[in-house]
Write a protein that binds this ligand. Structure first.
Ligand SMILES: Cc1ncc(C[n+]2csc(CCOP(=O)(O)OP(=O)(O)O)c2C)c(N)n1
Ligand code: SF4
Ligand SMILES: [Mg+2]
Length: 290
């Protein structure tokens, strides 16, 4: 059930990277001018997915790996809402991987934030799809969500932020929310959000992050260039962060799916279901059938 409640005290460990995301989301929705009654936060299952409990908003705790399905449903029911889905790397890239890939293709104007800590924090530190080789016995190669996102050619917004740099995170989230509110399509932001209890990567990541905007040839409108810059940065042992893709200009032929389905922006949740309008519509239908 979607419900607006007063926030409760956080259950996160002191120092968890998710606090940076919580603070940035609060500031970004205010800066983007989103009224509380138009805002919905859909949380996944995991420490990260509890975020909607710690902020005054309309929130729903989704099923594990299914937060995008629920966020899409909310946006298509009421396109006037600003919908933010937020969860972890386990939630989004393991059990939720199918929904993750389709979210880019569907291109519904909602924001998906993945708090990537390269572990399953809530269940006490097992390897996740983004874990490095050697972490908790992991022998598989880590999955990279940004490279995957860049490989799906849809004019959406893609970025990576770091909880150790809240100022940039706020700017990125404001841009993503405005992109959604203009019905330009899906926005994906992966935040590097260390789990200080089971995988404390703060120091390592701070030393390795590189803002792609500082690299020669940076052009977030060109996927090929951004893919190459990310791969080269990773090959040098660094972690690319920053805005990875934004269309050079809005593409009127490819707006968010909600505009294609509901050009008047009135979804089922706002449809007139008054008795009188239904009676008139029914009589019209009967006359057509006769
Ligand atoms: C269907 C189902 N399978 C498994 C679990 C157990 N479980 C709870 S949270 C979680 C993963 C959490 O990892 P992540 O999404 O990275 O979130 P974090 O706690 O790291 O923020 C798992 C496997 C579950 N709750 N439901
Ligand atoms: S276990 Fe890790 S991810 Fe979960 S609240 Fe603690 S530090 Fe954060
Ligand atoms: Mg995790």
């Amino acid at each position: 059930m979607v419900q607006s409640v007063k926030p409760v005290a956080s259950t996160w460990c002191p120092g968890c990277g998710d606090f940076g995301v919580l603070a940035a989301v609060k500031k970004a929705v205010a800066e983007a001018g989103v009224p509380v009654h138009e805002e919905v936060l859909v949380g996944g299952i995991g420490c990260s997915g509890g975020i909607h409990n710690f902020i005054e908003t309309n929130g729903i705790h989704a099923l594990h790996g299914r937060l995008l399905a629920q966020a899409v449903g909310i946006k298509l029911s009421n396109p006037g809402l600003t919908v933010i889905a937020a969860g972890g790397d386990g939630d989004g890239y393991a059990i939720g991987m199918g929904h993750f890939m389709h979210a880019f293709k569907k291109n519904v104007s909602l924001l998906y934030i993945v708090m990537n800590n390269e572990t399953y924090g809530l269940t006490k530190g097992q390897a996740s799809p983004t874990s490095r080789i050697g972490y908790e016995g992991n022998i598989e190669h880590p999955f990279d969500a940004i490279l995957t996102a860049l490989s799906i050619p849809v004019p959406n917004f893609i970025a990576r932020t770091f909880s150790g740099d809240p100022k940039t995170m706020i700017q990125v989230l404001v841009e993503a929310i405005k992109f959604n509110r203009a019905n330009h399509g899906f926005a994906f932001v992966e935040d590097l959000s260390p789990c200080v209890t089971y995988n404390d990567t703060f120091k390592d990541w701070r030393a390795r992050v590189v803002d792609v905007a500082t690299l020669p040839g940076y052009n977030p409108a060109d996927r090929q260039t951004m893919f190459r810059l990310c791969v080269e940065t990773m090959q040098a042992g660094k972690i690319p962060i920053g805005v990875m893709h934004r269309p050079a200009a809005p593409d009127p032929s490819s707006p968010g799916l909600e505009l294609k389905l509901l050009p008047d922006k009135i979804g089922p949740a706002r449809a007139d279901i008054g008795l009188e309008s239904n009676r008139v519509a029914y009589e019209k239908l009967l006359r057509t059938a006769a």
